[in-house]
Design a binder for this molecule. Structure first.
Ligand code: BGC
Length: 762
């Protein structure tokens, strides 16, 4: 077995921090739902836990308390709902409850097998009375049948025979985690669901149907059990939960398995949630579990065939990379009704909301490795375009669309506008990703049916927002990616993405017109030539700040005139400084939470001189805390670009292990999906120096001296390429499709079969 696919932790630690962390690290998800890696048998009362099962895109509304009511400030937000609990399985052997908080844990390990798509918790436990059992619990969130979750619970008595009693719970009595001291999770306990129906069906399934209290959605879950041993069963149907009991004999050293199946259906995707869940359960039980395991492996074989990055020379890094890519696959929505949360489906941090993280950090990976999924992510944005239009009206724009900063259903969920709704760059990010996706895949159909409308509607908002002043087009009172400088003028990143947005809206409009494909769009949004001329002029005259003395791009028009932050007072890197500084204080200093101008340089490397990028990198690096996990990966990529190899590697190393090592101390709230995508970009955009431009695909490969070789596959315009970089050369091999035209160190080649280019220094 290739060790890079097995993430394993041995040894039992039951500190609160470790338990919560492992709940995240070993969660199971498939893009449709996610289940945290809680112990089936639970913890003792009072032990902190986030016992959660979530469905991507399934939300309830909760009140957003605005202390001062102002027009347009959102008064409710969406929250990803903890929907039910089907994890709970409590085993009792000969009257003793298997409980890792009593007796003795003799062996313990947790495994995530990323080739098989399963997690395994295995332990050998000795009861207070000396009975020993080996328990091995395998969980799977099926990629083949998205509503299906299985828990295969195997117990082997090691030194006794007797009776076992399994209590398996299906509960609708659940609530979300809250912590009044942490702005990144819900601040108070809120009831989101009401159990509308619960029953034991004729098939012996437990069924619970719940309704959200405010958003009008429904969810049904069904569980069923299969046992490898003769048993007697009974069930208890309560107000909000159903408990099933199974009694079966245990013979010394003979394993017995209880397999619990859960099928979940929600009303966003299914008309009859209850009927469909029961049907799909029958379908699941119609095949042996091994069939579903095999489907899981087959699905992952295909995924890894396209997505795997192999690094020879650093086993630890190889593992963390596999871990990150696997988590992206687990987290990403598989239909257009949902997206990918900042924490995926692994926890409740940011309440399951979708941010610009998707477009700028995650779409690149999927566009290059698993393009159908990238298309889903962007189609979701198309699906919520009407909500973005409504949001633009609320924000005072007569035309066009403004995407919400954070959302699930398309409505704004940001309660604090300076670092929320004011981040207008979300429009530029979505447009940028749509164009990159188009350039990478050549998917013109997507552009015609969805992309063009997104581009034109977002461009309209920029045109309305901006102002021609003294010969330039300016964008005022908005916030760039750096959330420690808010409501500023002419943020360099925002202006560049807006310029790109306006240019591409006009370009695609003209192309559609020339090809006679405009009619539909004209009917839908009534776009006119005159508007396009306006977009072109605004793009051309867009103000892009440049400071001649420092030869840098100022982050915005006031940044350079602000006071310097005294980094010696507070240890850099000891948790986000916003936790002990009033935000409003931070706004007055030259201190950045995350990559902003440096990110602009990464995505638009031709917009300024190399010296400007170099000086800007040095300037902002000194002033950036990296308090956001979205930051270091970008600094790493730009360090590669600028030839700072040591730094590039250090940034990359940190971001690739961020969750596995819990480096930001908050992985318990969920994984950091943007950073995971950023790690991928660290290799492809960093070490391979890959860029996608209108003129083609560009590479500037180099290999960190710590590695012997790096190999990966990319899909470009439908063709599949394998790229191998060694210490001396870079090889491109066409695996499938038509020849690919590309540039390496600025020289143009066509890869018909194989191409080898010696590495160059720059
Ligand atoms: C970052 C944002 C990001 C959000 C969700 C914040 O801390 O500043 O850029 O979108 O986290 O990941």
């Amino acid at each position: 077995m290739n060790r890079a696919f097995v993430f394993q932790k041995d040894g039992y630690t039951r500190t609160e921090g470790e338990l919560l962390l492992n709940e995240t690290l070993f969660h199971n998800a498939n893009g449709y739902f996610g289940v945290r890696g809680n112990f089936e048998e639970g913890y003792p009362p009072g032990q902190a836990t986030v016992r959660g099962q979530y469905v991507n895109g399934f939300y309830n509304f909760s009140e957003m308390k605005q202390p001062e009511k102002h027009y347009g400030f959102p008064e409710q937000k969406q929250t990803m709902v903890n929907s039910f609990d089907t994890q709970t399985m409590v085993l009792t052997v000969e009257g003793e409850r298997v409980d890792l908080f009593q007796g003795e844990v003799l062996e313990f390990s947790r495994v995530l097998d990323m080739k098989k798509g399963i997690t395994i918790r295995r332990f050998v436990w000795e009861s207070p009375k000396g009975r020993q059992v080996e328990v091995c619990i395998t969980r799977m969130a099926s990629f083949e049948m998205l509503p299906l979750f299985t828990i295969e619970y195997q117990v082997t008595p090691l030194n006794f025979s007797g009776k076992a009693w399994m209590e398996s719970v299906h509960s609708g009595d659940v609530s979300n985690y809250f912590n009044p001291k942490d702005s990144r999770v819900a601040g108070e306990k809120i009831t989101h669901l009401r159990v509308a129906e619960r029953e034991m069906t004729e098939d012996g399934f437990s069924l619970i149907r719940s309704k959200t209290l405010k958003s009008g959605l429904e969810i049904a879950s069904v569980t069923a059990h299969l046992l490898s041993e003769e048993y007697t069963a009974k069930s208890q149907v309560g107000e909000k939960e159903i408990v099933q009991f199974f009694e079966f004999p245990l013979r010394e050293k003979v394993p017995v398995t209880v397999t619990k199946y859960t099928v979940t259906c929600d009303s966003i995707r299914y008309l009859d949630v209850k009927g469909t869940a029961a049907d799909l359960m029958r379908k699941s039980l119609g095949r042996p579990l091994d069939y579903w395991y095999q489907c899981q492996e087959d699905y992952l074989d295909k995924f890894w065939e396209n997505a795997e990055i192999e690094i020879i020379g650093d086993e630890e890094l190889n593992l963390s990379l596999h871990y990150n890519l696997y988590q992206l696959l687990q987290s990403v929505g598989k239909d257009e009704y949902c997206n990918i949360g900042a924490k995926g489906l692994s926890g409740e941090g940011y309440e399951g909301h979708y941010f610009w993280d998707t477009e700028m950090y995650i779409v690149p990976f999927f566009s290059l490795a698993w393009p159908e999924t990238a298309k889903n992510l962007l189609s979701y944005r198309y699906q919520i375009l009407d909500r973005a239009r409504a949001n633009a009206r609320v924000m005072g724009y007569l035309k066009g669309a403004l995407y919400p900063w954070r959302t699930i259903n398309g409505d704004e969920c940001s309660g604090y506008y300076p670092s929320g709704s004011a981040q207008y760059h979300i429009n530029g990010d979505i447009s940028y990703a749509a164009v990159q996706y188009y350039l990478i895949t050549g998917d013109w159909d997507f552009m015609v049916s969805k992309g063009a409308e997104i581009l034109l509607e977002t461009a309209r908002m920029w045109y309305d927002l901006g102002n021609f002043y003294q010969g330039s087009f300016q964008l005022h009172d908005l916030t760039g990616p750096d959330e420690y400088s808010c409501v500023v003028n002419n943020n360099y990143y925002t202006n560049l993405t807006a310029k790109h947005n306006l240019e591409w809206a006009a370009k695609i409009y003209r192309r559609l017109k020339a090809q006679g494909q405009l009619e539909d769009l004209e009917r839908r949004i009534g776009i006119e030539e005159e508007e396009i001329l306006g977009f072109e002029e605004a793009a051309e005259k867009m103000l892009l700040l440049y400071d001649e003395v420092l030869d840098i791009n100022p982050q915005d028009d006031s940044f350079l005139s602000k006071k310097e932050w005294d980094f010696s007072q507070e240890a850099k890197g000891n948790g986000p400084i916003m936790q002990w500084n009033h935000l409003y204080r931070l706004y007055r200093y030259q201190v950045c939470k995350q990559a902003d101008t440096v990110l602009a340089h990464m995505i638009f490397e031709d917009a300024q001189k190399v010296s400007t990028m170099k000086n800007s990198f040095d300037y902002y690096e000194k002033r950036t805390t990296h308090d956001s996990s979205l930051s270091r990966c970008i600094f790493g990529i730009m360090a590669s670009k600028l030839g700072e190899k040591k730094k590039a590697y250090e940034y990359f190393d940190f971001s690739s292990k961020l969750d596995i090592l819990n480096s930001q101390h908050n992985t318990k709230d969920g994984i950091h999906t943007a950073n995971m995508g950023g790690t991928y970009m660290g290799i492809v955009y960093g070490f391979l120096g890959f860029r996608v431009k209108e003129t083609g695909f560009y590479f500037m490969p180099s290999l960190p001296e710590q590695w012997e070789r790096c190999r990966l596959r990319l899909q470009l315009l439908g063709s599949r390429l394998e790229i191998t970089v060694t210490g001396t050369e870079c090889m491109f091999r066409l695996i499938e499709g038509t020849p690919v035209r590309l540039f390496v160190y600025g020289r143009e080649y066509e890869v018909e079969k194989e191409l080898t280019v010696p590495l160059e220094e720059w």
